[in-house]
Design a protein around this ligand. Structure first.
Ligand code: IMO
Ligand code: MG
Length: 429
């Protein structure tokens, strides 16, 4: 009963979509378990680029794809995404959406923007998709779920209750216009009708699949350091990207998970605000940003860039019980004469090897680097090395160094953005 969870080990954008796309070919079911349209998973198939925010990347392999209960769904974005996939001739009938998943409402998006604005310089730098406010309502037990979309009377009642409160906040706290209830109801109920055939009890479906010995892949979104509990709080997202999130967000027992693949980008990026010990601001960071096209898939913002931080990856490893790592972005670093990897931090003259909880300590930490020789282009444009062994020796040294520094075996390496540029080092399924 192999069930494998894919998690991001950094601040998101590690290349989880690409890793999921590769492993999806070996899987029967692919599940998104948390987060929402703040995620942006880019997969390039035969030159065609797909940017997925809610639908699991497994849809590109025609696998059963599940949006689990732990995901917050903006139905407008979901419907647009389904339509986009259909236009490319993909079969979307294998998509299943949890009736228990919560909805992102138009007032969540507005609240997200207003809350960010009022934080001023202490803003989080959210994706403004309404994700945080939707999870707030879920925890406050006032959220509206996918199931409610299928029961118009129930939906209208819940919408009315919510809007009464939200409009008070908009009018009296933020001095804004109130939102129109009928308009939202009309739009959402018609989106609900569109989505009706996709909705089911996904926890039952996933557990049945696991019990029948099928291969189930859980596609992580965001990264460990954006986890609400374990990340660089408050500069985090409002959900649980760690592997444990799969249990809650898909409805499976922890004993059902066999392996956890941590996705590690060969360097680090961060798109919102918050601490970033290995961040660099020089020609190399601009070069990496341009070469790696490090601009947000969801927001278009330029991403902050830094060297790989193994203190962080080791922390991610214990939080999710990572059993192997997939290293992405090796082709981006190709061409540099040397590359750096952070192996520890120095704080007020003392070396520390654990990731600190205090943001002020983290802000004062200086990375302790090891410098390794760079490698030439790994052969993009149809010229991808066909195996791990065929990689340039310096690239292999880098990969082995990271594996050793994190204490984790290497399972996959990706050298470019194309589907065929992912090399398998060890079988996952
Ligand atoms: P994928 O799945 C990178 C970041 C935002 C912000 C913080 C909170 O593509 O790796 P939110 O909108 O979630 O309330 O914003 O989290 N963030 C991501 N950064 N990749 C993502 O997803 C992200 N999802 C959220 O930039 O700093
Ligand atoms: Mg992203």
């Amino acid at each position: 009963m192999p069930a494998v969870v894919v998690v991001g080990t950094q601040w998101g954008d590690e290349g989880k979509g690409q890793v999921t796309d590769y492993l999806a070919k070996q899987a029967d079911v692919v599940v998104r378990y948390q987060g929402g349209p703040n995620a942006g998973h880019t997969v390039v198939v035969d030159g065609e680029k797909f940017e997925l925010h809610l639908v699991p990347s497994g849809i590109l392999s025609g696998k059963t794809c599940v949006i689990g209960n732990g995901v917050v769904i903006d139905p407008e974005i979901l419907v647009q995404e389904i339509e986009r996939l259909k236009k490319s001739g993909l079969d979307v009938s294998c998509l299943k959406v949890s009736s228990r998943a919560h909805l992102i409402m138009p007032y969540h998006r507005l609240l997200d923007a207003l809350q960010e604005e009022s934080k001023g310089p202490r803003k989080i730098g959210t994706t403004l998709k309404g994700v945080g406010p939707a999870y707030m309502d879920k925890a406050a037990r006032t959220g509206i779920r996918v199931q409610d979309l299928l029961e118009p009377e129930e939906f209208k009642e819940k919408l009315g209750m919510n809007l009464k409160d939200k409009n008070r906040i908009f009018q009296y706290f933020y001095g804004r216009e109130p939102m129109n209830e009928e308009e939202i109801a009309r739009t959402y109920l018609s989106l609900g009708e569109y989505l009706r055939p996709f909705v089911c009890d996904t926890a039952v479906l996933i557990n049945d699949a696991i019990n029948q010995g099928k291969r189930v892949l859980f596609e992580g979104a965001q990264g460990t350091l954006l986890d609400l509990d374990h990340g660089t709080y408050p500069y985090v997202t409002s959900s649980h990207p760690v592997a444990g999130g799969a249990c809650i967000g898909a409805g499976i027992g922890p004993n059902k998970i066999d392996k956890v693949v941590g996705v590690v980008k060969a360097y680090t990026s961060r798109v919102g605000d918050g601490p970033f010990p290995t961040e660099i601001h020089d020609e190399t960071s601009s070069w990496i940003r341009e070469k790696g096209r490090e601009y947000g898939t969801t927001t278009g913002r330029p991403r902050r860039i830094g060297w790989l931080d193994t203190v962080m990856v080791r922390y991610a490893s214990i939080l999710s019980g990572i059993t192997g790592i997939a290293i992405t972005g090796m082709g981006v670093l190709a061409g540099l004469s040397s590359v750096k990897v952070c192996v520890a931090y120095r704080h007020r003259g003392k070396e520390i090897r654990e990731f600190p909880a205090s943001l002020s300590v983290l802000n004062e930490c200086e990375p302790v680097y090891r410098e390794l020789a760079g490698w030439p282009e790994l052969g993009d444009r149809g010229n991808v090395p066909e195996s791990y062994d065929a990689l340039h020796p310096n690239a292999k040294k880098y990969l082995e160094f990271v594996s050793e520094a994190t204490g984790l075996p290497l399972v996959l390496v990706s050298t470019g953005r194309e589907r065929k540029s992912t090399l398998e080092v060890r079988r996952v399924f």
